[in-house]
Design a protein around this ligand. Structure first.
Ligand code: ZN
Length: 426
C-alpha cells in the first residue's frame, strides 16, 4: 500500500495543472439555478472527459421534474468504469448547478481567475472544485492501479440547490443510488478538506393558515380578522415554542455550533391585501392569513412530535380563542440522516486524512440538507458522506474561491479512499 500511496501522491501532484484547468472550464459554464442554465453543455463536457478515461457514459434527463423544459433540460451525467474483477462500487456525486452570482464581486464570477493560489468564481467552492478534485483522484488512481477490482462511478447532477428533484432524487428513483449497483457514495460538497460530514438535520416545512370572516374595515366587529388570529399564533410560538426549541440539544456534531439546537424560521407571513398593490388599500377585514414555517429538527426528535408541537398550539388556541380556525399543510419533509463513523466510507476517508494530513478528521453534520437525503431515503444506501476540499463558509458568497493546494490534498484523500473501499482488508 505504501508503494501505491507514493505513486498516487506523485501522480496527483503531476496533474495539478490539469486539475486547475478542469476546474476553470467547469466554472465557465454558467450553470445558474434557477433557471437551470447550461446544464447540458456542462454535463456533456464532463461526459467527454470521462469517456477519454475509459468510462461508459449515460445522460439522464430529469423529465417532468420541477423546472424541466426543452429550454432548460435537467441533464444529468453518470460515468462508470469497471475494474478487472468484480467487487464493490464507489460513487462520487457532485451537483453541477450553482446559485446566482449576486452582487459584490471583485472578480468576474464566471471567468475562473487564478490569484494567489486560488481559483475565484461562482461554484469554485460549491462545488465544481470538488467535482474536478474527484475526477483527478479517480483518473490518477486508475493510472496507478489499472488492475483495480469493482467499479468506480462519477456523476454530475442538477438542481441540488433547489432540492435535487431533477438530479439525485430522480436518479435514485431509477436505481442509480442503490445496491447492487452502488455500495459507497462520497459527495464532494465543500465541508473543508479535513472534515467528514456524516449527514444533516431534518426539515419540515409547513404552511399554516388562520381563517377569518370578511367585513367592512370600519366595522371590524362584524367580521373576524385572520391576521389577529395569526398574531395569537405568533405570541404562542414566542412564549411556548421557541424557548423549548433552544433547550433541545443534539449529540449530532452539527456545525456551526448554534445549529446543535432545534430551530425554526418563519419564512413568510401574509394576510390581507397583497403588497404589490400601490394604491390606497381597501377597508377590508382579512379572512385569511398564511405563514410558512421552516422547522429544522434533530436526530433525537421524531417528525410526529415536531408536528404535534405546532398542532398542539393551534388546537389550544381553538379552545381558548373565540372563532379561531386554521388549516395546516405540509410542504416538505426530510428526515435527519447520520452515517455511523465506523461505516466503510467514513472509516476509509478518516484513515486517508490521517495519512495525507497527519491528523484525525473532524466529524461534522450539516445544519441544512443536501443530496445525501435522496441517497439515503430513496436509494436506501447509508454508506454515504460529504467530503470535499472547499471552505464551507465561502459557499454562495461573493468572491467564492477554492484553494488549489486544498484540492490536491483532498484528491490524495479521495484516491486512497477509493483503494481501501474497493479492496477492503479481511
Ligand atoms: Zn453544494
Amino acid at each position: 500500500m505504501h508503494d501505491l500511496s507514493d505513486k498516487l501522491f506523485n501522480e496527483i501532484d503531476r496533474r495539478q495543472d490539469d486539475l486547475v484547468l478542469l476546474t476553470q472550464e467547469l466554472v465557465r459554464f454558467p450553470t445558474i439555478n434557477p433557471p437551470g442554465e447550461a446544464y447540458t453543455p456542462c454535463a456533456e463536457y464532463i461526459g467527454r472527459r470521462l469517456k477519454k478515461t475509459g468510462f461508459t457514459i449515460e445522460y439522464v434527463r430529469g423529465e417532468g421534474t420541477p423546472g424541466d423544459s426543452d429550454r432548460y433540460p435537467r441533464t444529468n451525467v453518470i460515468g462508470r468504469i469497471e475494474g478487472k474483477r468484480p467487487g464493490p462500487t464507489v460513487h462520487f456525486n457532485s451537483h453541477i448547478d450553482v446559485v446566482d452570482a449576486g452582487a459584490g464581486w471583485t472578480f468576474d464570477p464566471f471567468a475562473a481567475t487564478i490569484h494567489d493560489g486560488k481559483i475565484y468564481g461562482r461554484g469554485t467552492c460549491d462545488m465544481k472544485g470538488g467535482l474536478s478534485t474527484s475526477i483527478i483522484a479517480v483518473e490518477a488512481y486508475i493510472a496507478c492501479n489499472p488492475d483495480f477490482s469493482g467499479a468506480i462511478e462519477i456523476s454530475g447532477t442538477v438542481d441540488e440547490e433547489s432540492g435535487g428533484f431533477g438530479g439525485v432524487a430522480y436518479l435514485a428513483k431509477k436505481g442509480y443510488f442503490s445496491k447492487p449497483r452502488v455500495d459507497h457514495v462520497i459527495i464532494p460538497e465543500p465541508l473543508n478538506k479535513d472534515r467528514i460530514c456524516l449527514g444533516h438535520r431534518g426539515v419540515w416545512w409547513a404552511e399554516i393558515e388562520t381563517k377569518g370572516e370578511q367585513a367592512h374595515g370600519s366595522m371590524p366587529f362584524l367580521g373576524d380578522c385572520a391576521v389577529r388570529h395569526m398574531g395569537a399564533v405568533l405570541e404562542e410560538l414566542e412564549r411556548d415554542l421557541f424557548p423549548k426549541l433552544d433547550l433541545k440539544r443534539t449529540a449530532m456534531p452539527v456545525v456551526p455550533e448554534g445549529a446543535r439546537s432545534s430551530t425554526m424560521n418563519i419564512n413568510a407571513i401574509h394576510g390581507g391585501q397583497t403588497d404589490d398593490y400601490d394604491g390606497l388599500p381597501s377597508p377590508n377585514v382579512p379572512d385569511s392569513c398564511k405563514m410558512t414555517i421552516d422547522r429544522r429538527f434533530l436526530i433525537e426528535e421524531q417528525l410526529g412530535e415536531v408536528k404535534s408541537e405546532i398542532t398542539d398550539i393551534l388546537e389550544q388556541l381553538k379552545k381558548s380563542r373565540p372563532k379561531f380556525d386554521y388549516t395546516i399543510r405540509d410542504l416538505m419533509e426530510v428526515l435527519p440522516v447520520m452515517t455511523g463513523r465506523d461505516e466503510p466510507v467514513p472509516a476509509s476517508v478518516a484513515a486517508a486524512i490521517l495519512q495525507v494530513m497527519g491528523k484525525e478528521p473532524e466529524y461534522v453534520v450539516s445544519p441544512g440538507t443536501y443530496d445525501q437525503k435522496h441517497v439515503s431515503r430513496i436509494g436506501h444506501l447509508n454508506d454515504c458522506i460529504a467530503y470535499g476540499p472547499g471552505i464551507l463558509d465561502l459557499a454562495h458568497r461573493p468572491d467564492e474561491y477554492i484553494v488549489i493546494q486544498d484540492m490536491i490534498e483532498s484528491a490524495k484523500v479521495m484516491a486512497l479512499s477509493i483503494h481501501s473501499l474497493l479492496h477492503p482488508k479481511g
